[in-house]
Design a protein around this ligand. Sequence first.
Ligand code: FES
Length: 101
Amino acid sequence: MALVKVASTSELRENGGKEVNVNGTRIALFHSGGKYFALEALCRHQDKPIAPGKVDGEVVECPWHSWHYNIRTGELLDFLEGVRLTTYKVDVRGSDIYIDL
Ligand code: FES
């Protein structure tokens, strides 16, 4: 486990997402409700990036075929039970966003 700086808060608008790459691991960051979230970047449907998806509260909609995930828990909210993207702990210090890998 190590804290890694991945972005600045100014790079993520409210209800926005951004993908970062940390040592080859693709991670989607989201900003919603004044909080920041980090999870696996690729949708479990067809491995497409979810960071450009529309965010509504704690839910992001995959921009490709509209699967929905909870950005806090990583849980898939459609069809299949028990499908979950890996989530990462986020720590915001000043204007810097860190995640725990
Ligand atoms: S790749 Fe995400 S819903 Fe199809």
